[in-house]
Ligand binder design. Structure first.
Ligand SMILES: Nc1ncnc2c1ncn2[C@@H]1O[C@H](COP(=O)(O)OP(=O)(O)OP(=O)(O)O)[C@@H](O)[C@H]1O
Length: 276
């Protein structure tokens, strides 16, 4: 389905955000990318649909190479990639229904898109999808009247109405409270399984990644340093992703040394106080 090979991204500033990332995602798998801040998680997701232009490497979606598509070809290819963002990216002054239908714009001629001339089938589908994400009855609400959780539900509906082949999700819960985050993740993963499409999701909260993903990819400094099922993400693996080369054992040694140093210092203080 999606194959990423030797993907490199060097920003104009010289920052090498991805240093040759290779990964695949198939079927209806949910893959979470985790890693410390600056590891390259967003860059990876955004390179897949070329919101960020990759520097080198290959991205193949359903047999089509994405990296060398022209602007027009890319517009068509993006219909196959539903994108869900941290900041929801809704048009604030438009209604829920208008925001959801905007997911169909990529399928329309420029003229029909300009006139917002949607098919009846699209409108029927939009009602259905809004019901599916728990937003029935809110069709005419303006986006700027919604709570964060409701906004993300609309974001999910807009992505789903595209009938994409894959969902690319960039920090969907960063602007939400823990309870809403869990509900949104529940909905997102359930819908993706129903639709039978894979999900590539960049997520900060490791507990949500392990709870909802089939597979975890750990990125560190632009490189994959862990890949496996959530059950294999033990403390050692987490340390490796978030602290680099340090293994759990090394960390324990370091902590023991620090404890020893502290107790030596305490002894010295006591000696000082009691010496006369
Ligand atoms: N537009 C840009 N121009 C220059 N450097 C960038 C740009 N976007 C990201 N970077 C740099 O690329 C590296 C990877 O950034 P990226 O946002 O992909 O990481 P991340 O893992 O998603 O981080 P976070 O979890 O903090 O969002 C970082 O060092 C970042 O500073």
């Amino acid at each position: 389905m999606l194959g990423v090979s030797d993907l490199v991204k060097i920003y104009p500033t010289g920052e090498e955000a991805l240093k040759g990332v290779t990964m695949d995602i198939e079927g209806d798998e949910i893959v979470s990318i985790i890693g410390p801040s600056g590891a390259g998680k967003s860059t990876l997701i955004r390179c897949v649909n070329r919101l960020t232009e990759p520097t080198e490497g290959s991205i193949v979606l359903d047999g089509q190479e994405i990296t060398d598509l022209s602007k027009n070809e890319l517009r068509n290819a993006r219909r196959d990639m539903g994108m869900i963002f941290q900041e929801f990216n809704l048009v604030e002054r438009l209604t829920v229904m208008e925001n959801v239908l905007s997911g169909r714009l990529g399928y329309m001629s420029s003229w029909r898109a300009f006139r917002r001339n949607f098919d009846e089938e699209d409108i029927r589908h939009a009602y259905e999808v809004l019901d599916r994400v728990g937003m029935a009855g809110h069709e005419d609400d303006r986006a700027d009247e919604l709570s964060g959780g409701q906004r993300q539900r609309v974001g999910i509906a807009r992505a789903i109405i595209q009938r994409p082949k894959i969902l690319l999700v960039d920090e969907p819960t960063s602007s939400l409270d823990p309870e809403t985050s869990r509900k949104v993740m529940d909905l997102l993963t359930e819908i993706a399984k129903d639709e039978g499409i894979p999900v590539l999701i960049n997520i900060h909260e490791v507990h949500l990644a392990t709870e909802f993903a089939d597979r975890i990819i750990g990125l560190r400094e632009g490189e994959i340093v862990f890949e496996g099922p959530a059950t294999e993400l033990d403390e050692d693996a987490r340390d490796h992703i978030y602290r680099g080369g340090e293994s759990r054992e090394a960390l324990e040694k370091q902590r023991a040394a620090e404890r020893e140093q502290r107790s030596d210092a305490e002894v010295t203080e006591v000696e000082k106080e009691t010496s006369f």
